[in-house]
Structures are given as structure tokens and as C-alpha cells.
Design a binder for this molecule. Sequence first.
Ligand SMILES: [Zn+2]
Length: 244
Amino acid sequence: MTLSKRTPTSSVPPSAIWHAGMLAKGGARQCGSGRTAGSIYVEAGQPCGGIPVEQFLTDAPWSVDPDQIHITPMGVTLLEKDGVTHILDWVGSEHYEYPADFIEEARRMGVSRKIPVGTNLSGITPQSTIMLLHKRGSVRNARAVSAASSMLCPSGQHKRGEDCAGLHWVIPGQGGTTRRQLTCGTYEVTPLPPHAPDPEYVPAIFMVIPISALTIIRNHDGSISAQAQNAVERSGFMPVIVDL
Ligand SMILES: [Zn+2]
């Protein structure tokens, strides 16, 4: 499959092998209490060579039509762009209500996403990225919301009144609080004044981050899933075996 949507002009690095081998943290996340034995996880370890997570945001986000790129909220999709295969993963809003929930967790723990063991990983190399999509990834009325808020552009490119990844932190309905609670901690949100329009969300790719490792979680009896090992060995990565 080829990604035909508009291409980035923004701050996403095209490739990076500088953090290959770095691992994300295990343990509880928004999406569950921990990783599962025998599974494969695609990871982008943190800190990504000391580069802040903001540098991996699409700014402004790339809005997409999920039907057009044949992606559903279940599973992952492989995308080819400029001869490199990438993993497109839909971040579920039942666990991560807003993209900022995911971004802030990634800042603390890195990115670690379970992928089906049957996935064909033969095109995955250190040039590959994880492209993360969320149903609230972009704001249709971005200019109006941006103009009404005290949004800050994470990449220093945009002013208030422009579409910007900074809108991820402009979260309505916080009940007056300016901090949002996650499993891994809290983070600060940008208040939306009462007169501001409500954001109208559309699906978008909000983060593109280089893959640093493909990790297999060891089975409870200490063995390693042969199916998972075979899948990872088809990729350009050596499997990293991690205990639960
Ligand atoms: Zn921006």
C-alpha cells in the first residue's frame, strides 16, 4: 500500500538510526497493565537520543480519511512511502482519549505498540517509522480554536490562529483544572476559554517516530515464541528478547 496523502513539510525526521536498539519502558500504560508474553512490540525508545518527543509530531497534523487508506481501529497497517515500509497504528481513543495522552506517555516511557505475530515484517528496517493515527488527531476548525486559545507551537513554526500540533494540548471539558491525569503521571493542558468554539476533530496522523527495536516478550516458561521470532527475523532488526 502506498501512502498518497499529502507529504510532510514539517519537522518529522525522515529516518534515524541513531536510536536503534533503544527500548521503551515496560509496565502499566493507558492501554493496559503491562505487556503480554509471546507478543511482538514495535518500539521507539525514549529518550530518543535526547531528542524531545515534540520533534516527532506532525505539525500541523496530517488529516487522513481512514477509509481511503484502508485502516481500521483494529490492528496495524503497513504503508510504503518512498521505498520504505512504515507501520501505521491507530491509537484507540478508549485508552488515549486525546493524542496528548499518548504523546505525554511516550515522553515518559517511549512508544511500545503490540503488533500481531502474523504481520509481515520483511520490509521493516531502521529507516522505518511508526506512524500514529488518532480519531482526534486534527481539528477541522483549527484556526478558530487556535486563535481563541493560548496555544503554544511545539516546533516554533506556528502562531495563534494557525493549525498546529499545539492544539493537542487544548483539551475541552477539563472542569477548570489545567492538569490531566494519566497512569504514568500528570501533564499540563492549555485551557480553552469559555467563549472559544469547541474543537471539531478529524482523524489524523499526529506522530511519526523512527522504530528503535522489535521486541519479543518471553513466554511464562522462559521459552521464546518461534512464530514471533520468525516474524522479527524477517525484518532488518535483530529480535530483542525481554522478560515480562
Ligand atoms: Zn505548530
